[in-house]
Design a binder for this molecule. Structure first.
Ligand code: HEM
Length: 499
């Protein structure tokens, strides 16, 4: 049974006895979990208006509340709430009291909250089966802070130069093998390419050179095992979760093997694995092989699919907006003047490409909802948000608010250019990378990677949509949202272009 099936069986009130033998234990596990939610909800008896709680979104079904609607189209759900109630409203989800905050004032308040007021760890516990026990959101706050510090070390300026070189070489190698013309499935290509770029930067060139199809397949199962059901029941034995757990165990063995070899033989590689091997906690303790594996998978997870789907959306949006495509091609000529050896400084000089990627992320952010759990009683826009509430911010809805971004449903990269700079109107308006103390650490890495891949394509190929525009829509089946596959583009190599 897939996750939708598991959720809707419960929603329709079906009893485990009526289900096939193998489904009953899964359902019992889910109803146990959801029962906890129902009990918690029952305990919060006083009326919402008496406590001045945020207005509750109508609709939903018993026990599951709005979970099915959230799974189907989370953006429509949150937009419905915003249209009805404005910046703050409540929704019902299994096992949690939930509130949604949008609009730049509420977003600012949300992202400025301190770690002793809100907790990401509780809210993101569903990541534990992927990242591993004792890693990131499963670690004690102090340990998690230190682990995030290791990420900082890996993403610092001096490393970016090496990574950027890797991005450029990967783009040349990959697209150099394309034929003169054809149809490209951009979601698949984005995911494949970013496995190469991120595994090279994070696990090392030697690992990348031997990258097996098996690693890519297992990694795919790991990512696909994080879906809406995982939010509420991360250990529920659905087929996707079982595949995820198997993949996690095998990837752990693979990466653990490399860690052991590196420890035995030593290495002067400039990759994240080496950063972790050389790092120490503040008490002088070295990281265990399990911690290194977990942190590698964490950072890879943070940066892989997010970048892959942004790569694909960039292609679709450019093909739909030929005037922007034309400007970007001209920018390539202006920056490179016919040179083909790209440097980090060249990538940094591609401002129009930078705004384009920023605009793609404004319209189609891969993380459509961010989460925090209130540790203390809070107040939002005059409403009480009691301790224990799970609070959602939504880049997908929050970045399409007309008071921050003019004509917000229009693709217009120049809104970030000189004279307009709409992103500066509110530092909490563009939140595709989050904001405040937990803003994405990989922002520059992601931007440079996407610029390197698109710079190559812009210089060497012409593009057009391969399907009617109505086929290019968001797919919410994964926790990281991207264009519904295949997201096909027709391409043709330009006369005189490089191979
Ligand atoms: C287009 C690509 C990406 C997008 C849209 C994205 C988005 C985000 C967002 C929204 C957050 C904040 C989550 C929250 O506030 O709850 C975040 C955090 C984070 N991201 Fe990214 N990310 C991307 C790429 C990357 C890459 C490439 C890396 C690393 C190589 C990375 C590493 C991280 C880390 C370590 C955090 C946690 C920061 C903290 O909690 O202090 N991300 N990302």
């Amino acid at each position: 049974m897939d996750e939708a099936g598991a959720l809707s069986y419960v929603a329709r009130g079906l009893k485990p006895e009526l289900l096939p033998m193998e489904i009953a234990p899964m359902l019992r596990a889910a109803t146990d979990l959801l029962g906890v939610g129902a009990r918690l909800t029952r305990r919060r008896a006083p009326s919402r208006s008496a406590q001045n709680l945020p207005p509750m979104l109508p609709g939903g079904v018993p026990v599951l509340g709005h979970a099915l609607e959230l799974r189907k189209d989370p953006v429509a759900l949150i937009q419905r709430g915003r249209d009805m109630f404005g910046d703050v409203f409540g929704m019902r989800l299994p096992g949690m009291q939930a509130a949604v905050m949008t609009g730049h004032k509420m977003q600012e308040r949300y992202f400025r909250l301190r770690d002793d007021e809100v907790d990401q760890r509780e809210a993101y516990r569903f990541t534990v089966p992927v990242f591993g026990e004792g890693i990131a959101y499963d670690a004690e706050p102090e340990i998690m802070r230190e682990q995030l510090g290791f990420f900082h070390a890996a993403l610092r300026e001096s490393r970016l130069r090496t990574y950027a070189q890797g991005f450029v070489e990967e783009a040349e190698g990959f697209f150099g093998r394309w034929g003169d013309e054809g149809v490209a499935s951009m979601v698949e290509i984005g995911n494949e390419l970013t496995i190469y770029t991120s595994s090279r930067a994070l696990l090392g060139k030697a690992f990348r050179d031997q990258l097996s199809g098996e690693f890519a397949r297992l990694y795919h199962d790991l990512e696909a095992g994080m879906n809406t059901l995982s939010l509420f029941a991360p250990r529920f034995p659905s087929p996707a979760h079982l595949r995820r757990d198997r993949a996690r165990a095998l990837l752990g063995e693979m990466i653990g093997g490399i860690v052991a070899r590196r420890r035995a033989e030593g290495s002067d590689s400039e990759d994240f694995m080496q950063t972790l091997l050389d790092s120490r906690y503040s008490d002088g303790r070295a990281l265990t092989a399990e911690e290194i594996t977990g942190l590698l998978l964490t950072i890879m997870f943070a940066g892989h699919h997010t970048s892959g789907v942004t790569f694909a959306w960039t292609g679709a949006m450019l093909a739909m907006h030929p005037h922007v495509l034309r400007d970007l091609v001209e920018e390539q000529d202006a920056v490179l003047g016919g040179r083909t050896a790209l440097t980090l400084d060249d990538l940094r000089a591609m401002h129009k490409l930078e705004w384009t990627i920023k605009e793609v992320l404004r319209m189609w952010p891969p993380l459509i909802m961010l989460m925090r759990k209130a540790l203390v009683d809070l107040e939002f826009g005059g409403y009480a948000v009691p301790a224990g509430t799970v609070m959602f911010a939504s880049p997908a809805v929050g970045q399409r608010i007309g008071s921050i971004f003019a004509d917000p449903h229009r693709f217009d990269p120049y809104r970030f250019g000189p004279g307009r700079e709409e992103d500066k109107r509110s530092p909490y308006g563009h939140i595709a990378f989050g904001a405040g103390r937990h803003r994405c650490m990989g922002l520059v890495f992601a931007q440079l990677q996407l610029r390197a891949l698109w710079s190559h394509l812009l210089r060497n190929f012409d593009f057009a949509l391969a399907d009617p525009p109505s086929r290019y829509v968001m797919d919410y089946s994964n926790i990281i949202a991207g264009p519904a596959p295949p997201c096909r583009l027709r391409f043709r190599r330009r006369a005189g272009a490089r191979r």
